[in-house]
Design a protein around this ligand. Structure first.
Ligand code: SF4
Ligand code: SF4
Length: 130
């Protein structure tokens, strides 16, 4: 990842429709069994090279629902393999963890903002003017 959808998801479907790489699945297809939409970290590219910001968070009506996670890079392979909040898809029985294939991430988002429930959406007062 990427980004994470938390329990405040109201299953409105907006993010799924807005993701340019089809990285999001709905609550009925959430591989973790949680009743919320789910970002597949092995597919999410943080909208790098496609949009100025993550399009899922840009459209999500539940403010704060989508937060930054660690980059999907080999450095965080164990994180994505072992944390219960993910269930990676597999190929030939091998989990598609970062060691299998890394994904793009926003290098301008510092590590201190990742994995600590930092909102992807920026409140209007925090947005840069102009
Ligand atoms: S950040 Fe972009 S690529 Fe990742 S799930 Fe959201 S819309 Fe999809
Ligand atoms: S847009 Fe937000 S509230 Fe709607 S399904 Fe996606 S994460 Fe859930």
């Amino acid at each position: 990842m990427s980004v994470i959808i938390d329990e405040s998801c109201i299953t409105c479907d907006a993010c799924l429709q807005n993701c340019p790489v089809n990285a999001i699945v709905d609550d009925s297809n959430n591989p973790t069994g949680e009743k919320r939409y789910y970002v597949q970290p092995e597919k999410c590219v943080e909208c790098v090279d496609l949009f100025d910001n993550p399009q899922c968070a840009a459209i999500c009506p539940s403010i704060g629902c989508i937060t930054w996670d660690m980059p999907f890079t080999k450095e965080f392979d164990a994180h994505f393999l072992n944390e219960e909040m993910y269930k990676l898809s597999t190929k030939d029985g091998v989990a598609k963890s970062p060691a299998f294939k890394e994904k793009k991430f926003r290098s301008d988002i510092s590590m201190s903002k990742r994995g600590v429930k930092q909102e992807v959406q920026v409140a209007p007062s925090e947005k840069e003017i102009g």
